[in-house]
Write a protein that binds this ligand. Structure first.
Ligand code: ATP
Ligand code: MG
Length: 241
């Protein structure tokens, strides 16, 4: 499986008099892992919601592989949404469902060409939760709940994974483990990842860092280039995160 290439061109989104995306243009390579940073209100979540077609744009275009997402309507749009995985800061698990059923939930209403339970088990295993299939969210730690949410995001084999502050509710050790897991899953499964974060130690470990301010792209750094830093902290300091 390979990741999707993403192309954003002149993307604009307004909320009354607020311009949350201001003619934003961006190319994201297939299989890359990009950190989206910037202060609160800079438009990070808006960008992820527009790319995932949770919200619709007021102008500009989003193209994923050869599909112009901003031109899709109804059936095609819901088909597209099913090819995108979302991970949120607050996990958003259904409290009455077991870990396994939470992972199956996104594909439950659909006819799919695979065994849903078998794939959900395989994913819970991949995120380190083998044996916890029957646990309810309340019986799991925050880091474990986020692992369930990551497994759920991967059930449809997305080519694009959008993670909005996935480590924002976790302490730094658990946050680092979640990032390690996402990097490992990207390496194994090849999906393209966009990850919004405020945290320097998280952003510094991605392939690329883009910084937004007032809905505009103000910085774009390739972190795979040049001398490797002595440590993640050195890189974060170097990047003035
Ligand atoms: N549904 C909405 N209705 C009105 N304004 C909104 C809505 N969603 C976002 N905004 C506004 O758009 C701007 C960008 O918001 P966004 O949530 O994308 O920022 P963010 O960078 O994700 O911030 P944070 O770091 O706090 O999550 C903000 O000014 C916000 O108030
Ligand atoms: Mg946000």
């Amino acid at each position: 499986m390979s990741g999707a290439a993403l192309s954003v061109d002149g993307l604009t989104k307004r909320f009354q008099d607020i311009v949350a995306a201001d003619e934003l243009s961006l190319e994201v390579a297939a299989g890359s892992f990009t950190a989206v940073t910037g202060p609160s209100g800079s438009g990070k979540s808006t960008l992820l919601h527009l790319v995932g077609a949770i919200e619709s744009a007021d102008g500009g275009s989003i193209t994923v592989d050869s599909v112009e997402v901003t031109a899709l309507r109804r059936k095609k749009l819901s088909e597209y949404r099913r090819t995108v995985g979302f991970v949120f800061q607050r996990y958003h698990l259904l409290p009455a469902l077991t870990a396994l059923d939470n992972v199956i939930a996104p594909v439950l209403p659909f006819k799919v060409g695979f065994d849903k339970r078998a794939r959900a088990r395989e994913l819970l295993d991949a995120v380190g939760l083998a044996g916890r299939e029957r646990a309810l969210p309340a019986q799991l730690s925050g880091g474990q709940q986020q692992r369930v949410a990551i497994a759920r995001a991967l059930i449809g084999r997305p080519k694009l994974l959008l993670a909005d502050e996935p480590t924002g509710n976790l302490d730094s050790a658990n946050g680092t483990q979640i990032l390690d897991l996402l990097l490992e899953l990207r390496d194994e499964r090849g999906m393209t990842v966009l990850l919004a974060t405020h945290e320097q130690h998280i952003a510094a470990r991605c392939d690329r860092l883009i910084r937004l301010a007032d809905g505009r792209l103000i910085e774009d750094i390739d972190l795979t280039e040049g001398e490797p830093p002595e440590s993640t902290l050195a890189r974060a300091t170097q990047l003035r995160l």
